[in-house]
Write a protein that binds this ligand. Structure first.
Ligand SMILES: Cc1ncc(COP(=O)(O)O)c(C=O)c1O
Length: 499
């Protein structure tokens, strides 16, 4: 604490020969951050006394020791102590009465009377088995990435010394355009690509370019809670639209959100249920968008991790980027800490979205762009995906098999043909509290399926991540969760019979 005392001129003389014994040893801290190094002895002592008083180590009204005693305790000269006491009194931290001595003031100014600041706790996302959003990056890919970053840093030059294109470097945008064509059947020009710091960032930028405050946005129900939060946080209204085995129920959207001008969907692998949006439903959604002049935001978050069969073409590919904005991320294909994602824009939106980006945060950081372009262009990215896909498939199978085998029929676990998470469900008649209790008792991470619902009737179950976790750890955690699921069901069954 650095207390500024500007009332030194109004100091009053204090009785230095008081008869009050005061505290034998004051709890003074003469070295902490509240002390100004190099200040005079009197000032440092004054600061230590203030700190002691405002932090409540001595109470209001308590006597302070005579100056001679304090000089002895601290090793300071007596006149330094007297000066410190005088400033203390002048600033209202102490009172003096001739003949009785010096006392801590009955009412303390400054910090002791300030309201206590609330303790701010920010919980970092957990990383144990089942937590979502963990990735694995193969050691060979790490080495290539390190080498690319090193090379780019050594060549550090003028391209980083000025403000850049709000869409990011053309080199990386061109590499992404090539990737989208080969991996997702999406043909677009690098000019249509914008780099972002992830999917939610892309969502925020695009919505701010196409919507007005309070506009409606259709969202899948159940759906990705983080996207719903972003939409609400930006001042738009997320309208829950139910999902069935064909994906978002467009007809329901038309009645629930008739004025919506945007829809956020995960058509290739619905989050969290995992269904693939059927072709008739895709066409119905695109028809709606054309008819009302709306845009569809396609979150294609995990299509690179397809385990069985060929992926369906992206919605944006079917639409030829007319009414669909495609959003992708390196958070899963490389690692979340990279904070690089991208969107592919219909040509008619490039101007508005670029202006929105410039207004929000100017342009993306340039340091990592080159190395990520090198990963894509050298084939290291594709090679890593191939190796990691194999690991994730093994993790998926081990998790699904263990849950099915150990839960004794309590859980059904459809094996997803894509992605980095699976859903394990109880029978729909089971109370939601059974899943919550099992998760708590097992100390499991991941999510309750019910937490991904907005308005639709939630189903009891879990959303469990399997990527980036070692198989033995996943299996042990799955055994625990299966055991606790059986136990929670038994307890509920008993209490229902009793009632
Ligand atoms: C449905 C969905 N979309 C997108 C993402 C990636 O988001 P970001 O790129 O903002 O990290 C995730 C990450 O877990 C996700 O689950």
């Amino acid at each position: 604490m650095d207390l500024v005392c500007d009332s030194a001129n109004s100091m009053q003389k204090i009785p230095t020969n008081s008869s009050s014994p005061g505290k034998a040893e004051l709890p003074l801290d003469l070295t902490g951050p509240h002390i100004t190094a190099g200040a005079s002895a009197a000032h440092r002592l004054y600061q230590a006394l203030c700190e002691m008083i405002v932090s409540g180590l001595v109470k209001p009204g308590e006597p302070l020791p005579p100056s001679r005693t304090l000089a002895k305790q601290t090793g300071f000269r007596r006149n330094a102590v007297v000066t410190a006491y005088e400033r203390l009194i002048a600033d209202g931290f102490a009172d003096a009465t001739v003949g009785s001595g010096t006392f801590v003031a009955a009412r303390i100014p400054a910090r002791a009377t300030e309201p206590k600041k609330p303790k701010i706790v920010v919980e970092a996302p957990k990383q144990g088995a089942f937590s979502l959003g963990c990735t694995h990056i193969d050691e060979r890919a790490v080495q290539r990435f390190r080498a690319f970053v090193g090379r780019r840093m050594r060549a550090f030059g003028s391209e980083h010394l000025h403000y850049g294109d709000p869409r990011g470097s053309r080199e990386l945008r061109a590499a992404i355009a090539d990737h989208l064509l080969s991996a997702r059947g999406l043909r677009c020009d690098p000019d249509q690509i914008m780099l972002t710091s992830g999917t939610l960032h892309a969502l925020r930028i695009v919505l701010s370019a196409i919507l007005k405050p309070n506009d409606q946005v259709w969202c899948e129900d159940p759906g990705y809670p983080a996207a719903r939060n972003t939409i609400a946080h930006c001042g738009y209204r997320a309208v829950p639209v139910p999902v069935d085995q064909h994906g978002m129920r467009v007809a329901k959207g038309r009645t629930a959100g008739p004025n919506a001008r945007a829809a956020y969907v995960t058509p290739s692998h619905q989050f969290p249920l995992g269904v693939q949006m059927s072709m008739p439903r895709r066409l119905e959604l695109l028809d709606w968008a054309k008819q009302v002049g709306a845009f569809v935001l396609e979150d294609d978050y995990d299509s690179e991790f397809r385990y069985d069969g060929a992926p369906l073409m992206s919605l944006a590919g079917i639409d030829h980027l007319q009414r669909v904005i495609y959003m992708g991320t390196f958070a899963k294909t490389l690692f979340p800490g990279l904070r690089i994602g991208y969107c592919a824009l219909p040509e008619r939106l490039i101007g508005d979205v670029t202006a929105a980006r410039a207004a929000l945060d100017r342009f993306p950081g340039t340091l990592m762009e080159g190395a990520v372009a090198d990963m894509l262009n050298s084939g290291a990215f594709a090679a890593n995906l191939k190796r990691v896909r194999k690991l994730y498939r093994e993790a998926r199978d081990a998790l699904a098999e263990t849950l099915e085998a150990r839960s004794d029929g309590a859980l059904s676990v459809p094996v997803p043909s894509q992605g980095l998470h699976l859903v394990a469900r109880f029978d729909p008649s089971v109370e939601l509290s059974v899943a919550a209790e099992a998760k708590r008792a097992a100390g499991a991470e991941g999510w309750l399926l019910a937490d991904t619902y907005s308005r639709a009737r939630p189903l009891p179950g879990f959303v469990l991540g399997f990527s980036g976790h070692a198989v033995p750890q996943l299996v042990a955690s799955a055994e625990r969760l299966a055991r606790e699921s059986r136990a929670a069901l038994r307890v509920k069954g008993k209490s229902a019979r009793r009632a």
